[in-house]
Design a protein around this ligand. Structure first.
Ligand code: GLA
Length: 396
């Protein structure tokens, strides 16, 4: 997926804007388990993956913010004192959202030239938007000479997406894009933001299978699921006043109130309550290297997202079915918000290439669509690219 090296980005930048940029990068992510739990103050277990969004930046003295991307045709130019107050419906919204959020926190955002290059497929549920936000935040902060903790960067970027872009996403994507670690998953408590790194056994690959059906987060379904969870909390808190989020609800409490809830709200809540437990169990089984049990939990998670939370789609289900019985496969599920995008599969490393080939053929037979398959390992989170990396010309 890589479109050239960081070196070529520096060269493109000097062609476009003249001068030498500093380059920041932030990765996409794959969530191993814990879907639609983050905005319920629950638990998630994602990994950063080695596909990055790179943002090259340098300051400007004319008070303008000029944005260009190697992936999209349009260039955007704004007056930094007078940034658009509402989204424009283009990729620049993620950059503007971050700039507005920094300004809202009382920071003086300087004029800047930004050149963006993304390796993460857009709309595939691998968090290309979170990666763009995080790399942009690091770029602006460097121009301001400020370093804030990465956890705060994650919060700021989540807020930018919630308030400017209008997608009421949780903290998972921005957090793991900041805090991911090579060969580890991040077990995150989305309420306290405490986290533990969980080693992914070295004999495993994360095989990511793109259904090629694009998903759209700012669309209504995601926000509607969130509203249904809030309704559940509201109803449950009448009987259990201590409850602040579905994270606080036990299976027994939910069952006891089943009759007093609309069936669809009950099902959404049931998914979240069971999924939180699956995340904690999966982290434990990863640590004890019990991969068959992790795999089983991933399959259960998929079934729950399909039947209770109703965020899967025909193509995601076909991709999950296509994995069944292939050599080296432990388990898999849809990953991310749903309604398209990717599945993630735990596969023994030596079998990963043949798994990739076989699942692509089966999926194509079932749907007529040729999927993209990526054999991945967990990668490091966001950082500044080193001078030597950013200036060495295209040796890939
Ligand atoms: C999207 C959001 C995340 C999370 C997932 C579902 O990726 O950005 O915050 O809610 O959907 O788990």
């Amino acid at each position: 997926m890589s479109k050239g090296s960081a070196g070529s980005l520096a060269e493109e930048f000097s062609r476009e804007f003249h001068g030498r940029p500093t380059i920041f990068r932030a990765p996409g992510r794959v969530n191993l388990i814990g879907e639609h739990t983050d905005y319920n103050d629950g638990f998630v277990l994602p990994s950063a993956i080695g596909f990055y969004t790179h943002v090259a930046v340098s300051p400007r003295s004319d008070g303008k913010l000029v944005l260009h991307s190697l992936d999209f045709p349009d260039t955007f130019e704004f007056n930094i004192q007078n940034l658009p107050p509402a989204k424009l419906g283009a990729w620049c919204d993620y950059v503007l959202g971050v700039a507005q959020e920094l300004a809202g926190q009382g920071r003086k955002v300087p004029g800047a030239s930004l050149l963006v290059r993304g390796e993460i497929p857009v709309g595939a549920g691998l968090s290309s938007s979170a990666a763009l936000e995080v790399a942009t935040a690091l770029a602006f902060l460097s121009l301001m000479g400020e370093a804030i903790p990465l956890k705060s960067v994650a919060r700021l970027c989540q807020k930018a997406e919630n308030e400017f872009v209008g997608a009421r996403v949780g903290i998972m994507d921005q957090f793991v894009s900041c805090m991911g670690r090579k060969d580890h998953a991040v077990l995150l408590d989305c309420r306290s933001l405490e986290f533990e790194l969980v080693p992914i056994p070295e004999q495993i690959k994360l095989v990511i299978c793109n259904t090629m059906v694009k998903h759209e987060l700012s669309g209504g379904e995601y926000n509607q699921r969130r509203a249904q969870c809030e309704e559940g909390v509201h109803l449950l808190s009448k009987s259990y006043p201590g409850i602040r989020a579905l994270r606080d609800v036990s299976g027994e409490q939910l069952e006891a109130q089943k009759a007093s809830m609309p069936p669809v709200v009950y099902e959404r809540c049931l998914h979240v309550v069971l999924e939180n437990q699956r995340v904690k169990d999966a982290a434990r089984f990863f640590r004890s290297r019990d991969l068959p049990r992790v795999g089983r939990l991933m399959k259960d998670s998929h079934a729950s997202l399909r039947d209770l939370y109703e965020v899967s789609c025909v193509e995601l289900d076909a991709m999950v079915e296509a994995a069944e019985g292939l050599p080296g496969y432990f388990g898999g599920r849809m990953t991310g918000g749903g309604f398209g995008g990717c599945t993630v599969n735990l596969v023994e490393s030596p079998q990963a290439p043949s798994f990739a080939e076989a699942i692509a053929a089966r999926y194509r037979k079932a749907t007529g669509i040729l999927p993209d398959i990526h054999i991945c390992s967990a990668a490091d989170g966001a950082d500044a690219e080193k001078e030597s990396e950013s200036l060495s010309s295209s040796k890939v």
